[in-house]
Design a protein around this ligand. Structure first.
Ligand SMILES: *Cc1c(COP(=O)(O)O)cnc(C)c1O
Length: 387
């Protein structure tokens, strides 16, 4: 465990969280390099000698130190914007190991990605294929592509993070994919490489992944019959982690089931949450305690703009005291932030003993906490404008 108590103080690896907040202030994100490395190795080693590439999904956490840790392990990256590719490159990652996903790739981002030689663009619509072809033509190159299909399987997760159903905006219908592949095959400026899907996030059972894979394999056979050769299969990310008491997927068992179905084909996975989720905590300070006749509020310095998941998805995160020895008032506390929104809460109804000035750790905050879809690298220009 990368986060554990020693003498009633919460430690991140071998460092006391109390020392870190003393040095850096609060609210504060703390990441465990060790945990990230171990999570990555679990995926990588599950494949053994089978050709594979683990492409960490940058949008789960684009912190440069996180990206650098993964780049040092030889990880690939799944990016959804030019800014994310810039961050990968700045952190020492290789464009050749990047797959470019996302439904709204701009012409500028496509051009940048092609110039940097990304491994593959995961195409999400017919219009996008046209745009990629046009950019490739004007640059005089052939763009490596994969079509992201929407296999119409239920990932059995929160509706906001289900992406593989017909009603979701992602990918193209399997039936329509063949025509797109045919178009790509016939173009000098497009080079067919892979077949791709990503059915959702925080998935806690293997069966939806295998259902999707079966559909992809049927499509693969149809493409083969038309003389369209696919050299890699990209199964996306989506592997869930434990926030409360969810079952989780055993990665080796998942990979073994995949490998038993795919022959020699190279496999790409795009895990985000499963690599960084449990490697991060968010530490916040209790500014005030406030009780009325019905409710107990602990008002903390971290808010929904720092960590959105509870407000946005009603997500549960375990809350731990940084110092177990601190003693105050025992109650069922709502942990709320300073933003003027009733939805600004980090946790509700938690039985804790709290005092003003305590630090609290919100656990498993490594993924989709400090998360931006980096359109460009953040530029701070004098009018305080960020993009
Ligand atoms: C978000 C996303 C991922 C990562 O999903 P996790 O649930 O964090 O593993 C992978 N691929 C694509 C295309 C995504 O949009």
């Amino acid at each position: 465990m990368s986060f554990s108590y020693q003498n009633q103080i919460l430690f991140a690896e071998s460092v006391a969280v109390t020392d870190l907040v003393a040095a850096y202030g609060s609210p504060l994100y703390i990441y465990s390099r060790l945990e990230i490395e171990q999570n990555y190795q679990k995926f990588d080693s599950a494949f053994g000698k089978h050709p594979h590439l683990i492409c960490y999904a940058v949008k789960a956490n684009s912190n440069l130190a996180v990206l650098n840790t993964l780049a040092n392990l030889g990880s690939g990256f799944d990016i959804v914007s030019e800014g994310e590719l810039q961050r990968v490159l700045a952190a020492g990652g290789k464009a050749e190991n990047c797959v470019f996903s996302g439904v709204a790739k701009t012409a500028q981002a496509i051009k940048f990605a092609l110039e940097k030689n990304v491994r593959c663009l995961n195409v999400e619509s017919a219009a996008e294929l046209d745009r990629i072809e046009a950019v490739a033509r004007s640059s005089g190159i052939s763009a490596p592509i994969s079509i992201r299909v929407n296999p119409n399987v239920d990932a059995k997760t929160h509706p906001y993070i289900s992406t593989g159903l017909q009603e979701n905006k992602f990918g193209v219908e399997i039936e329509a994919a063949i025509a797109l592949y045919q178009r790509a095959q016939d173009s000098k400026f497009l080079q067919v490489q892979g077949l791709d899907c990503h059915i959702g996030s925080q998935i806690t059972e293997v069966s939806p992944f295998l259902d999707a894979l079966d559909k992809l394999l049927i499509l693969l056979e149809k493409l083969k019959a038309k003389g369209i050769q696919i050299t890699h299969l990209d199964l996306g990310g989506g592997i869930g982690i434990q926030y409360e008491n969810e079952q989780t997927i055993e990665i080796k068992a998942y990979v073994d089931s995949v490998l038993s179905k795919v022959g020699e084909l190279e496999i790409i996975l795009e895990p985000g949450r499963a690599i960084v989720g449990n490697a991060g905590i968010f530490v916040t300070k209790v500014e005030f305690l406030k009780q009325n006749s019905k409710h107990s509020f602990a008002i903390v310095d971290g808010a929904m703009n720092d960590f959105l998941r509870p407000s946005f998805y009603n997500a549960y995160h375990q809350i731990l005291p940084v110092n177990q020895a601190s003693s105050g008032i025992q109650a069922n506390w709502d942990i709320v932030g300073p933003v003027c929104e009733t939805s600004d809460f980090l946790a509700k109804n938690r039985n804790l003993n709290l005092a003003q000035g305590d630090f609290l750790a919100l656990m498993a905050a490594g993924a989709y906490g400090k998360s931006h879809r980096m359109h460009q690298n953040i530029k701070i220009i004098p009018m305080f404008f960020e993009c």
